[in-house]
Write a protein that binds this ligand. Structure first.
Ligand SMILES: [Zn+2]
Length: 255
C-alpha cells in the first residue's frame, strides 16, 4: 500500500478504465511515486457523476484516494492537463493508446518510477502536438526502455564486448543489443541492422528529446527502426510476462 494513511493524494495519468459492477469504473493509472495503481471510481458511470469527466483516458489528474479493503477508492478527481488536441484526431488518439498500453505493460504496481511518469507526460504531449508521430513513438520507446531498465546495448557487441565498428552489424533481441559481424553472422535470433539505422538509434540514445524529435529521417529508416524496436519490446515484454506479470495473474487471493 502507498502508505499507512487512510487517504492519500497523488497526481496520476489515466491509462484506461473499464466498467465495474453496476455504476462503477475500474481505473488504471500511473503515478509518480506509487507506480501503476488500479483504483475504483464509485458511481462514475452515472450521468450525474462529477468525477467521470476528470477520469478520461490520457488525462493528467490530481486524485484523492481512500484505502479500501481490496481496491483503493477515488474520492476526488481534478483534471490538471487534458491533452485536448489528442481528442480531436483519431490518429493521435491511436498513438496515445499505444503509449498507454506500453505503460500498462511495463508499469509495476506500487513501485516508484518518477522518470517513467515524467516520460509518459512528455510523450502524451508529443503525440498531441508533433507532426511526425511515428518518430515520436520511436523516441518514446527508447526512453521507456531506459527508465524500466532494459536499455539495449548499441555501442559494444553483446557477444564479444568489442566496440561496434561502422559496418553492417547484427541485432539480437534475445541478447539485448548489437552483435559485431563476426559474432552475428549465422547466429540464431540475430538480424542484420543497417548502419544508417544503428546510427540513428545510437544518436537517439545519447541526445536530448528535442534533438531527436527534430531529426529528419528517411521513411525507410523509420520503418526499419520500428521493426527492430518492436521486436525488442516484444521480447522484453514476454520475458517480463513470464517472470513477473504471469505470477501476478496466477496468484491466488490468499497468497
Ligand atoms: Zn562480437
Amino acid at each position: 500500500m502507498p502508505d499507512r494513511e487512510r487517504v492519500y493524494r497523488t497526481e496520476a495519468l489515466i491509462l484506461k478504465h473499464s466498467d465495474f459492477g453496476e455504476a462503477d469504473r475500474l481505473v488504471t493509472v500511473f503515478t509518480p511515486y506509487y507506480g501503476k495503481l488500479r483504483l475504483l471510481a464509485k458511481g462514475a458511470r452515472k450521468p450525474s457523476s462529477r468525477k467521470a469527466g476528470h477520469l478520461e483516458s490520457f488525462t493528467r489528474t490530481q486524485l484523492l484516494v481512500a484505502r479500501g479493503r481490496n481496491l483503493d477508492i477515488i474520492t476526488q478527481a481534478q483534471m490538471v492537463e487534458s491533452y485536448a488536441a489528442l481528442r480531436r484526431d483519431l490518429w493521435r488518439v491511436s498513438n496515445a493508446y499505444y503509449i498507454g498500453e506500453l505503460a500498462d505493460a511495463f508499469g509495476e504496481e506500487l513501485a516508484e518510477n518518477r522518470p517513467m511518469y515524467d516520460l509518459l507526460c512528455r510523450a502524451l504531449g508529443w503525440v498531441s502536438e508533433l507532426p511526425n508521430l511515428r518518430q515520436a513513438l520511436r523516441v518514446f520507446e527508447l526512453r521507456l526502455l531506459d527508465v524500466v531498465g532494459y536499455r539495449p546495448e548499441l555501442f559494444h557487441c553483446v557477444g564479444c564486448k568489442a566496440a561496434i565498428e561502422p559496418d553492417d552489424n547484427y541485432f539480437s533481441a534475445q541478447e539485448g543489443g548489437v552483435l559485431c559481424p563476426r559474432c552475428g553472422k549465422g547466429r540464431g535470433g540475430a538480424r542484420t541492422i543497417p548502419l544508417a539505422v544503428l546510427k540513428v538509434l545510437r544518436h537517439m540514445q545519447t541526445h536530448d528529446d528535442a534533438t531527436c524529435l527534430q531529426l529528419r529521417l528517411q521513411p525507410s529508416t523509420l520503418s526499419m527502426m520500428e521493426q527492430v524496436q518492436a521486436e525488442y519490446l516484444t521480447h522484453v515484454l514476454e520475458r517480463r510476462l513470464k517472470s513477473v506479470e504471469f505470477l501476478h495473474l496466477l496468484r491466488p487471493p490468499t497468497a
